[in-house]
Ligand binder design. Sequence first.
Ligand code: ATP
Ligand code: MG
Length: 392
Amino acid sequence: MKEIVLAKYGEIALKGLNKKSFEDMLTKNIKRRLKSLGKFELTSAQSTTYITPLDEDIDLQDVVDRVSKIFGIAALCRACVCEKDFADITKKSIEYLSDILGSASTFKVNAKRSDKAFPMKSPEICTELGAILLEKFPNLSVDVKNPEVTVTVEIRDTNAYVHAENLRGAGGLPVGSSGKAMLLLSGGIDSPVAAYMMAKRGVHITAIHYVSPPYTSDRAQLKVEQLCEKLTDYCGGIAFYCVPFTELQEAIKDHCPEEFFTIIMRRLMMEIAQRIAAKDNCLALITGESVGQVASQTMAAIACTDAVCRIPVFRPCIGMDKTEIIEISRKIDTFDISTLPYEDCCTVFTPRHPKVKPRLEDVEKAQNSFDFEPLIQKAVEGTTVKTFNYEG
Ligand code: ATP
Ligand code: MG
């Protein structure tokens, strides 16, 4: 019996003339993600990608696990390939689903006939196959409202497919289809979640991280690299920029009023990020900020930070509670890394009484008392980059 994985599109199915380019992006992403498992044939038709394993020893469960994290796919399932012939569909349904049907007590048959040339209509397929399965598996009775098992028969272009599972996909749009943006990635809980949320909208993520040795340790940087690695499950390849930030932070401490330390630091982070973003074709910045979470995330503080930004800043966690953010970070498996003890450059020289409602003119005045430009340029020049790819 030949078994394949069907990956059904989400929003891509609704696209118009540019649907093909989304499809191609999705196919490319699936190929990359499955490469280390063996050889596959991928074909797309009727808003579905058909993933056919070409090597004997491929475990389709591994395929399902990987594909369930690929954005652009709304639903997926393993399915048995049948001839477009009712006798073959019946024979293979009994064989392929014998375990699950043998141990269930209720079921129903659901038929989808996208090939209207098939001689039986959907209700007829359901009734006839249902009757045969009832006879074959005396443990079963029909429950159309709340069945334990739904046997689905799909009559498509070249073949028919039978399956009894319909798993939820990652949803969203294929990574890369919306262009590239630069994520300010700290070692905390929020920014990896922000990466996941934007990747879901098709954004290819590039990460930037600021380090302040000796105030921050190598271990803290390694932790952020570990987060990048984990994020490749959903985001695909990630370029990781690491910015030496110590001199800028020391300059802030030496030349600016303490109450503005954090806000000026955030403005400098944004300035550096957008310069590197421009060189790397990133069209926006992304942060893990959430309104009111800390002093630098009040609306007044965010306005002061945004005042230096020349490209859009996306903050997908902006309206989320910490508990909601944590829920996602557990789902994407970044929580345990994020909660390892570490020091972030944000926690170096934190003011005792940060201004929660800073006025832009006061912040600008405080920042203008020192010429940060040479240090900004030096930090940009000293920035290193490495790439994390999906390893499987
Ligand atoms: P997170 O949990 O993401 O660290 P946070 O609640 O700790 O967020 P802040 O430390 O105020 O909040 O940082 C707000 C945002 O600024 C982060 O979500 C991240 O996007 C960015 N950021 C903070 N520190 C760094 C850093 N060292 N390098 C890169 N970006 C940073
Ligand atoms: Mg943080």
